[in-house]
Write a protein that binds this ligand. Structure first.
Ligand code: BGC
Length: 422
């Protein structure tokens, strides 16, 4: 896989971008509709991808990507439990899929990305076991309708992040805090729903090829800043146990592994603890201050490209399933930093693949600057900038978009990109 001066990726490798409905589409009626983010922003219009997806597919082609991971918004398609799907909204997603096909872009469809229909939220969301059959009913109608156009299905995006921010940290609606029992219930119910949805997807098949199904697991490394501090080590271990081990076991442990044909990995970096505090910009410590501690961070978490090799090797050894990097990205106004970050993570990814890990694709988070949940529009993850001050929401390529485009077209990166080790 290595030619002189280049790290070559295998033929057929998917190079994509990723988005989610609430963050880019606009015009959604879910728990985020009346939510005001820390910067005063809301998701009412977002990037208006709902209307502008043809233009955005044009941008994907311009980037030279051959894959797109996006969500289908459940609340658009079902207005009541077990109701028939809304045919107009379905037709819009079908049109999106048809346009992707024309552009030679392989879709990966996400069924749940941090949002539910209002009637699901009214019954307690995923804390209520009755949400499982409701979701399964939705999937049993959606999959036959789309199966000829989709073979890559991602049931749940980051169940760990979702359950944590809804019921432990209170960042996402319904903004409850420290409800560990509810956190565990949400994970358990989603894991059941994943197994049942996977059966439907396997049964329905796909016209062209075997369908693939998996969750996207966010993986964060949790470490103590001072390794001799028992308190910080205990905090880091408790986070690892709750968000990584417990969640992975719930979805993929024992016989449940058979439900998935791949693992989606969302990998951004790590969180280190110092005096019980998470040392990250996302939890309030400025990037500049973290620099004094020797941390390299984007506007969210500490960068830790060496972790890419560690987590990929671990998942490969334990589950022996193909892996997609369903998300990686960096939020920063500094494009030079973002370029270095991308090259380092991709070099680490390439290293893991050279060591035998079967990775099939990489999706950059995100195609567009968008509504970053509780943070609003302040975090700039996009390859394309969106001018939110202009009601036409014009998109422009950032320097990183040019870099990513070259990588996607060449299916390789320059070999000098080095992996930063601890
Ligand atoms: C989520 C995205 C989010 C991104 C950056 C992931 O946790 O799936 O919705 O925007 O990370 O924070």
């Amino acid at each position: 896989m290595t030619r002189e001066n280049t790290l070559q990726f295998p033929a057929g490798f998917l190079w994509g971008t990723a988005t989610s409905p609430t963050q880019v589409e606009g015009h959604v009626e879910n728990e985020w509709t009346h939510f005001t983010a820390q910067d005063g922003g809301n998701c009412h219009i977002a990037c208006d991808h709902y209307h502008r997806y043809p233009e955005d597919i044009g941008w994907m082609s311009k980037l030279g990507t051959n894959a797109y991971r996006f969500g289908i918004e459940w609340s658009r398609l079902q207005s009541a439990p077990f109701a028939a799907l809304n045919q107009n909204e379905l037709a819009r997603y079908v049109d999106l899929l048809d346009r992707l096909k024309l552009a030679g872009i392989t879709p990966m469809v996400v069924l749940h990305h941090f949002s539910n229909p209002p009637w699901i939220n009214a019954m307690g969301g995923w804390t209520n076991a009755a949400t499982i059959p409701a979701f399964v009913d939705y999937v049993s109608q959606l999959v036959p309708a789309l199966k000829d156009r989709v073979y890559l299905w991602n049931t749940f995006n980051e169940p760990d992040t979702y359950a944590c921010l809804t019921y432990l940290l209170g960042g996402f609606p319904p903004q409850r805090k420290w409800k560990l029992g509810l956190f565990r219930k949400v994970i358990d119910h989603m894991a059941h729903a994943h197994v049942q949805a996977s059966r439907i997807i396997a049964r329905e098949g796909n016209a062209g090829r075997e369908p693939e199904v998996g969750i996207a697991k966010n993986w964060t490394f949790f470490h103590a800043y001072k390794t001799y501090s028992p308190w910080d080590r205990t905090t880091a271990f408790a986070c690892h146990y709750t968000f990584n081990k417990f969640v992975l076991d719930a979805f993929l442990g024992g016989g449940r592994r058979r439900a998935s044909t791949f693992i989606g990995l969302n990998y951004y970096g790590r969180v280190r603890f110092h005096h019980f505090r998470a040392m990250t910009p996302a939890s309030g410590t400025p990037v500049k201050r973290l620099k004094d501690f020797g941390f390299v961070c984007d506007d969210m978490v500490e960068r830790y490209s060496a972790g890419m090799v560690k987590i990929l090797s671990y998942l490969h050894r334990r589950f022996r399933l193909p892996i997609f990097i369903t998300e990686h990205g960096a939020a920063s106004e500094n494009e030079t930093f973002r370029e270095r970050d991308l090259r380092e993570y991709l070099a680490a990814l390439h290293g893991a693949m050279a060591g035998g890990v079967d990775v099939r694709g990489f999706f950059y988070w995100s195609l567009l600057d968008n509504f970053e949940w509780q943070f609003g529009y302040a975090k700039k993850f996009g390859l394309l900038a969106v001018d939110f001050a202009d009601e036409k929401l014009p998109r422009t390529m950032k320097p990183l978009a040019e870099v990513y485009s070259q990588i996607c077209r060449a299916n390789s990166i320059r070999a000098e990109a080095s992996v930063r080790l601890e």
